[in-house]
Structures are given as structure tokens and as C-alpha cells.
Write a protein that binds this ligand. Sequence first.
Ligand code: PMP
Length: 375
Amino acid sequence: MAFGWIDEQDRARREAGLVRVLRPRPAASPLLDLASNDYLGLARHPEVVEGAVRAARTWGGGATGSRLVTGTTRLHTELERELAEFCGFEAALVLSSGYAANLAAVTALAPHGSLVVSDAGNHASLIDGCRLARGTTQVVGHADPDAVRKALTTHDGPAVVVSDTVFSVDGDAAPLAALAGACREHGAGLVVDDAHGLGVLGDGGRGAPQGAGLAGRADVVVTVTLSKSLGAQGGAVLGPAHVIDHLVNTARTFIFDTGLAPAAAGAALAALGLLGREPERAARARAVAAELHARLTAAGLDAVRPDAAVVSVRAPSPEGAVRWAADCRAAGLSVGCFRPPSVPDGISRLRLTARGDLSGEQIERAVRVIGETRP
Ligand code: PMP
């Protein structure tokens, strides 16, 4: 049978208790949410929702075409201007997702004969960008600038170093200044994915690159998602204007993809406006992460010290992690569960998002449930 091999794989997954299920989320969930990436609680902010509604009324339900044909509205160009200005870069290009932005940046900046140096802990979308790129990829140890330097030394020709700014599994930060130093020494470009840094790190949430003094540098390109701190959907690449123009002309996930839905652009613009007016939101998310970590550690749980708004708690086994997350859910708490094959090191974790709008009582409740349900 043509697809018989699928059933064999499925059986193995079932036996290991690792089948993934899609569970529709009710509009008004009774669960306390520490699983979503809505770091600043903006996805349901009235101004963000209104931004989406107004955009849909004006422009319709979809972008109607590629950005190069009919898919660019005034909202898209305004969002690009605002994002670039907020994060401190010369130009920006908005795409339909952060995933597409990473594919665009890595493939467009790694031509034939080039070297891509990629951190072993990078997000799947950066890994896929490396797989699609025409250059040769060398994977180096996690957060290891010396290994990056060594890889760059062996190569003659264009090179880019690719890294998350905040790694999505453990929430730890990349050594951005050291990576930028290595790149500068070797004339390489630095491409960093700030999906988990925008809105949380840097001055008022201007992102990890801005916090590390890398904003606006000629050799630095940043990708972001609009779907986490900004509570919308979509992605963007930020960098020098000539790099962004190059992407417009060559990046396949930009050229051959329908433009971002205007409602998502409208929502992201409203969220950016809020961040500009209320810069304390970023610090609040970081403070919630620190408090969550301190309380989990005090309760004897193995939590990784957070560098942004992701708090990771180690679980004893993949099955233990799945059961732990299900028990949390039964006790009214929604948490993320990361386990093989979605983790780089085989270690399973609960993944908690320290939303800036969580109250002290909610943080306390979350820690109590996690402690009481530990396998
Ligand atoms: N990069 C990282 C580090 C992410 O965590 C994610 C989302 N899981 C993405 C990129 C993809 O962004 P999007 O969801 O907007 O496609």
C-alpha cells in the first residue's frame, strides 16, 4: 500500500505515547495560559483587535496577491517603516510569517560558494533556511563564539553566521556581542532571529540586537515574528536598505507567497504603537519571568534561568513531560510541552511563557499546580 509506511511510524509514536493532537482553543478558555507566545498580553488588547478590524474593513480578508503584484497595501509599507524605526534598522520587509522571514533571510544571503555557520540550538525555520540555501552549512555547538570563529577561519568567500537571539526551547540568550565580534573579524554577516526578543529585550522591547548595541549595523540582519509579543501574525526581516532590496528581488518566500493579510498588518501596527507608548511592558514580562523562575526553583523544580520571557522546566522523560502537561491542564493550567523530536538535545521540558500581564496570584497558582503535578 502506497502510504503503509505512515501507519508503521504512527504505531511507534502511539506506543511511545508521543502522538500530537490538535485541540481547538475555546474563545474564552477557563485555563490559565502559560503556553501561548502572547508575551505582552496584546493579542486581545482592544487597540490591537481594532487595528485588525479596521484593516479588514478597508482592505478585505486577504492580501489578494504577492507583495510584488497586488499584495502591498499602505499598511504594509507603514508597518515596514515603523518596525525598522522601532528596532533601529535602516529598512524592513514584511512577510507572511516569521518562518517565511527566516527562509527568506538565510536563502537570500547564502549564495553558491558561501558558508553558513548555524548554532546547533537554532529554531527549525533557521535550520530549514540552511537546508534550502545554496551555500554550505556548518553546524556549530550551542552558543559557542569560539566554534563560530573557527568555522569562519576555514572558509574563503561570503559567509553568514545564523543564530536565534533567544533560543525557543530553553529561553537562553545567544552571546550576540561575541558573535558580532567574530563576524566583524572575518567580514561575515550576522543573521539573528529575534522572535523571542522583540517586545521583551532591549530598550522598551526594541529587541535583543538593540540591547546588544547591534541595531543599524551594516553587517547585521534581524528577523522577527509579529505573532508573539505583537499579538498579531506575520514576520519581517530588518537590516541595511540594500540587503532588504536584495530580498525583494531574490527571496522566494517573499516573491512567491501571498502578502501578509491586511488585518495582521493592522494588528501589528497597533501593537507597535502600544509598545512605543508603554515601554514598561517589556520590563514587566522580564520581571514575571524572573519571579516565575525564583518560585519554581524554591519549589525544588529544575527550571532554567530565563534571559527573556520563556521559562523552561526539565522533565524526567518524554512520556513524563506529556503526562505532566496533561495533569497541569486537568488542574486548570495550560503549559507548553517540548519533547523529542522537537528538542535539540533529547531533554523534555515544560515550557512556560512569562506573560507580562500575569498577576502575582496567577504566578503563585501556576507554580503550585506545576509542583503538585510533577511526575
Ligand atoms: N523563530 C522562532 C525562534 C520561533 O520560535 C518561531 C515560532 N515558533 C518562528 C521563528 C516562526 O515564526 P512564525 O510563527 O511567525 O512563523
